[in-house]
Design a protein. Structure first.
Length: 134
């Protein structure tokens, strides 16, 4: 999916996948479980990606609180720098600038390669999102 996607449709598909994933419960997503959600086994990384796609689509269709919720879940499932920056953007778009700034400061004050990756991802945000002027 990309910048030319029909984000309403992407949002609807993501919402359907996320709802089915959440309705079946985490135990049904473990390897070898009998899954009734048609999603099969999802690793934490795959579940994080599902939530991240949903969060991005929610932002595009201006469902900012849903975007925050799904971005938080993406970070919980897969705490990658990319998912953390998506959460920052979602928080800014939802008018939660203080929470976004706290998340940025926490991640920038860490040391090591993850902090560098976080900073690189953060620098790729559009300037209006980075400053909260969207």
């Amino acid at each position: 999916y990309n910048e030319h996607a029909d984000f309403e449709h992407v949002y609807e598909v993501a919402e359907d996948c996320i709802n089915r994933y959440e309705q079946t419960g985490p135990e049904s997503h473990k390897a070898g479980a009998n899954s009734s959600n048609d999603l099969g086994y999802l690793t934490g990384e795959a579940a994080g990606e599902m939530y991240a796609v949903g969060a991005d689509a929610a932002q595009k269709v201006r469902k900012f609180e849903v975007g925050v919720n799904w971005a938080e879940r993406a970070v919980t499932c897969s705490p990658t720098p990319r998912n953390k920056v998506m959460l920052v953007a979602a928080l800014m778009n939802a008018g939660k600038g203080e929470q976004a700034r706290a998340l940025v400061m926490t991640n920038l004050s860490a040391s090591g390669p993850e902090a560098k990756k976080f900073k690189a991802e953060l620098n790729m945000l559009r300037p209006d999102v980075r400053t909260g002027r969207n």
